[in-house]
Design a protein around this ligand. Sequence first.
Ligand SMILES: [Zn+2]
Length: 305
Amino acid sequence: MERVFVLDCNKQPLMPCHPARARELLDKGKAAVYRQYPLTIILKERDSGDVQAIAFKVDPGSKTTGMALVADFKRGKRLIWAAELAHRGQQIKDALESRRSLRRGRRARHTRYRPARFECRRRAAGWLPPSLMSRVDNIVTWANRLGRFSPLASVSLELVKFDMQAIQNPEISGVEYQQGELMGYEVREYLLEKWGRKCAYCGVKNVPFEVEHINPKSRGGSNRVSNLTLACRKCNEAKGNQTAAEFGHPDIQAKAKAPLKDAAAVNASRRKLYGVFAQAGIPLEIGTGGRTKFNRVKQSYPKAH
Ligand SMILES: [Zn+2]
């Protein structure tokens, strides 16, 4: 059950409470709604209370970022709030491109002489493209917001670091690394992100997926990620020894060759995010997505989001 954030009468965060408790406080007139989303109430009289450490867990992705608050109660850790943040990466890129073409058109109009201004344009150290910076800013904004409404003590970043080299060309890395168990998990995680967590052929979701060779291995297809996709059991068996085009999906070949844009976006923003949190002096805990999944599968934990 998602908890309701609670502020004391001095606007200092207290432990988030159960929605039933919040309703009771509101009904008795002891509290008022302070904010609709995330739902926060403010107590009218109480000015202090016991708080336990709350950790803010972030799992950055290229299109969405998972966020969760986990409280450290005496009885153990408990999830008290979770949300998914949808990023505007592509929207920002489109807007900037439209501005660029407008300005280009205006410059080409030959109205009056305008001196070149490139010399005075410098990028600050740590500059990121706006579409990537917005991902970082979105997460930081939410960390600050949640810090105002709950007693946040630490941030735990799921630093999904895709090994670009290994992903593009697994054959060239060392044999031991290539055959390491973890390697397989990072590739799988990347494929899940790239193919939108659904079967590439029939589009079914939430079933166990198999890593599938677009051009089959038996016909010389490689293990490169650009030749891999995700398929459900049924499609994988039906496709058998055919290529994706022969199976009636010529588009898949082209999509598989698309650049590793999403992985690159995540890689670029994760470092920045780490820097921002580290600079703010917030205690940080780091894990890689591949490693987390590896641990989760080994211990057969379900994925929380
Ligand atoms: Zn399928």
